[in-house]
Write a protein that binds this ligand. Structure first.
Ligand code: CAA
Ligand code: FAD
Length: 380
């Protein structure tokens, strides 16, 4: 495996790093405290091309590879995981899903706005009774000839309040189980589409998470994505790539926490010396570094598998499992290295620790990644 980054990839990474330091860092504590959506920052990320990186240039996308996208996710997540989850959902679930499986009309109408940041997207699979058990969809879409009638509730939807377009998964034929599921593009403001209250969360508090309620929402047939019955495969295939983005988010959170802890250990003195000179602290940093580098290999490998048109279900799941564990463990240790200062907001590591937790839950919990991994290795 050759992880040498190209000139272009390095340029993109540096642009994301500079942007995160200049534009995300200044208000990040405040946005987290107030649960404030980063409207201005998202607008700027759209201008920089960070919202539709992998999508076709024909529809306003960057036409870039997955590794470039991973590098951007990593840099943004070092500082602000609330912003990076918005980027992740828009890029790897919404834009990628539409670009890969949408038809030309759908791409012209929706994708070209989503890639530029003119509009924001949301991906709506989870329900109160269908989280990990995603085939148990209770939301229904009844075929009425030229349209469907959508009813049900989705929950935990990232960008739930701020999105303009929603990719909604629903059961169209119960008898056919997961083969009777479809995916639809739903617009904000359509009659019967209601946005529930914003969730008050432990982490990624700048991102808005809502439940969505559909009461007899009329969805034109042309807004169905793919052939009849393709919806569950659509969700699984899209999530397989999404998991690489979340793995990169976790890697970035781990790196952000590690860098802060390393720098702190060089300046904080205890017992007459900088704390890095105490072996207990130095060994913690060594362990953190190893975890991060191991996670990086898996994340970049998964991205390269996708770019090389190899199967990335297994490598993406492994990357997400390992990187999210690294994010959690490294950020806990980063707080420990900061002592009391680690427990207060101005040192950033407590936020990174809170943000880390979600990477083990969304886009498939760690237990679900182990199901994907074990099925894959046992089948092989
Ligand atoms: N690609 C293509 N098809 C796939 C697939 C993949 N990666 N994985 C499964 N499928 C297909 C299977 O082939 C099968 O179809 P056929 O019978 O036609 O062959 C169908 O899907 C059902 O598969 P399983 O029998 O394996 O289904 P299962 O009930 O055992 O569940 C699961 C599989 C992997 C656990 C799946 O339910 C799952 O991924 N659950 C987690 C859901 C999830 O990740 N949600 C994330 C929501 S989005 C989000 O979270 C965004 C955010 O936070 C920011
Ligand atoms: P459950 O499925 O009820 O799981 C509870 C526990 O049981 C977990 O530990 C799980 O791992 C374990 N478990 C369940 N089944 C098994 C099994 N077979 N074997 C072993 N263990 C098992 N969803 C979207 O569709 N779109 C979004 O944009 C989105 N954004 C989110 C943002 C946030 C902040 C949060 C919290 C969630 C978001 N989600 C989103 C939902 C997320 O994907 C689900 O929360 C996740 O898939 C888990 O589902 P659940 O919460 O129903 O937990």
């Amino acid at each position: 495996m050759d992880f040498k980054l190209s000139e272009e990839q390095l340029m993109i990474r540096d642009a994301a790093r500079d942007f995160a330091k200049a534009e995300l860092l200044p208000g990040v504590i405040d946005r987290d405290n107030k649960q404030e959506f980063p409207t201005e920052q998202v607008k700027k990320m759209g201008e920089l091309g960070f919202l539709g990186m992998m999508a076709s240039p024909e529809y306003g996308g960057g036409g870039m590879d997955t590794l470039s996208y991973v590098l951007v996710m990593e840099e943004l997540s070092k500082i602000d995981a609330s912003c990076s989850v918005i980027v992740s959902v828009n890029n790897s679930l919404v834009c990628w899903g539409l670009d890969t499986y949408g038809n030309d009309e759908q791409k012209k109408k929706y994708l070209s706005k989503l890639t530029t940041g003119e509009s924001i997207g949301a991906f709506c699979l989870s329900e109160p009774e269908a989280g990990s058990d995603a085939t148990s969809q209770k939301t229904t879409a009844i075929d009425k000839g030229d349209h469907y009638i959508l009813n049900g509730t989705k929950n935990w939807i990232t960008n739930g309040g701020s999105a303009d377009y929603y990719l909604v998964i629903a059961q169209t034929d119960k008898e056919k189980k997961h083969r009777g599921i479809n995916a639809f593009i739903v617009e904000k403001g359509w009659e019967g589409f209601e946005i529930g209250p914003k969730e008050d969360k432990l982490g990624i508090r700048g991102s808005d998470t809502h439940s969505l309620i559909f009461n007899d929402v009329k969805v034109p047939k042309e807004n169905r994505i793919g052939e009849d019955g393709f919806g569950f495969k659509f969700a699984m295939k899209t999530l397989a790539g999404g998991r690489i983005g979340i793995a990169a988010q976790a890697l970035g959170i781990a790196e952000g926490a590690y860098e802060l802890a390393k720098e702190y250990s060089k300046v904080r003195k205890a017992f007459g010396t900088e704390i890095m000179n105490h072996q207990a602290i130095a060994f913690k940093l060594a362990d953190m570094h190893v975890q991060i580098e191991a996670a990086r290999m898996l994340v970049y490998k998964a991205a390269m598998d996708k770019d090389n048109h190899e199967n990335y279900d297994l490598s993406g799941a492994m990357a997400k499992l390992a990187a999210s564990q690294a994010a959690m463990e490294v950020s806990v240790e980063a707080v420990q290295i900061h002592g009391g200062n680690g427990f207060v907001k101005e040192y950033h590591v407590e936020r990174l620790m809170r943000d880390a937790k979600i990477t083990q839950i969304y886009e498939g919990t760690s237990e679900i990644q182990k199901i994907v991994i074990s099925r894959s290795i046992l089948r092989d």
